[in-house]
Design a protein around this ligand. Structure first.
Ligand code: DX5
Ligand code: ZN
Length: 221
């Protein structure tokens, strides 16, 4: 297991003041910026493109940016996000016709690569590409919207993913996304996750440092 990372999802940030809000959440103790890219095609919602990622870099955000691509097709956006300052790029395997090629493309552009698994997507997509994966991201809600409830079956799936990762002997991150909050983060960590996306749980509160400290206290239990 690696040190726990808390990754606020900017989907729930104050979009009219995004630079300030992201700076504020990092100042409050977040480790990574989770950047949700939705295309109104793979998921029924529309969010941000590479220009906004570059704008955050130009604003002075230096923390890792974890780009979660909920788009189909995938490949054209990989070089664009790499150029825009992405650190990690993850995509949904169903959305790429050539999963191995997309993973290679991410590495060729100097980013870490990950696969994202929807609640009903089997982990078998990992079977032949685990050596090319730096992050396994399990969706604990159906992708497309913030503020949904954590799907409990994700806990068993996390435990299975943790075994697969540990068997690989590689330092692969196990990330979880959707419905993560102070009340359930300890249980999610016990199941094997080491990277926690939280949108509404953090940005809905006035004091980000307080929520993040509470999450870390739960993780330390
Ligand atoms: C959902 C997104 C999530 C979302 C999480 O499709 O991938 O990152 O913003 O939001 P919360 O933490 O509110 O469930
Ligand atoms: Zn996400």
């Amino acid at each position: 297991m690696q040190p726990f990372w808390i990754a606020p999802s900017i989907l729930s940030a104050d979009l009219a003041r995004l630079g300030d809000d992201v700076a504020r959440v990092l100042q409050a103790g977040a480790d990574v910026v989770h950047f949700d890219v939705m295309d109104n095609h793979y998921v029924p919602n529309l969010t941000f493109g590479p220009m906004l990622c570059s704008a955050l870099r130009n604003y002075g955000i230096t923390a890792p940016i974890d780009v979660h691509l909920m788009v189909e097709p995938v490949d054209a956006l990989i070089p664009q996000f790499a150029k825009a300052g992405a650190s990690i790029i993850t995509f949904h395997p169903e959305a790429s016709r050539h999963v191995d090629r997309s993973l290679q493309l991410i590495h060729e552009h100097g980013c870490q690569a990950g696969l994202v698994f929807n609640p009903a997507t089997p982990l078998s997509y990992l079977d032949y590409v685990l050596d090319k994966v730096d992050v396994v991201l399990l969706m604990s809600v159906n992708p497309g919207f913030g503020g949904q409830s954590f799907i409990p079956a994700t806990l068993d799936k996390l435990a299975t993913a943790r075994q697969i990762i540990d068997r690989s002997g590689r330092a692969i991150r196990l990330e979880v996304d959707g419905g993560v909050k102070v009340e359930n983060i300890a249980e999610i960590a016990s199941a094997g996750a080491d990277m926690f996306v939280a949108g509404s749980a953090i940005f809905s509160q006035p004091d980000y440092a307080d929520v993040i400290a509470k999450m870390r206290a739960e993780l330390a239990k």
